[in-house]
Design a protein around this ligand. Sequence first.
Ligand code: FES
Length: 105
Amino acid sequence: MSIKVYVTDREGVLHELEAEPGWTLMEVIREAGLPIEAACGGCCACATCHVYVDLEWFAKLPEPSEDENAMLDEAFEVRETSRLACQIRLGPSLSGIRVTLAPEF
Ligand code: FES
């Protein structure tokens, strides 16, 4: 069963993407060719996969790890609903998740 992911890019354009269970949100965004740098390849070491998660979905995500929080502490333009997309593993319960790409620096 594929999982729907809705991503708003930095120009405000909404993209409807599909993912397989087990992919990370970063992988889905990158595979779709959207501009997410993901410089560390998903090792939670760069924060260039920073996204803002819609509040409704933010509440459904597992708590961030200490490593993710440490990276977010050093990221720019962090908001209450900031997460690192490489740390969000998709499953059926997250189908329909909505996120917005954070600004690039
Ligand atoms: S890709 Fe580097 S922290 Fe997510």
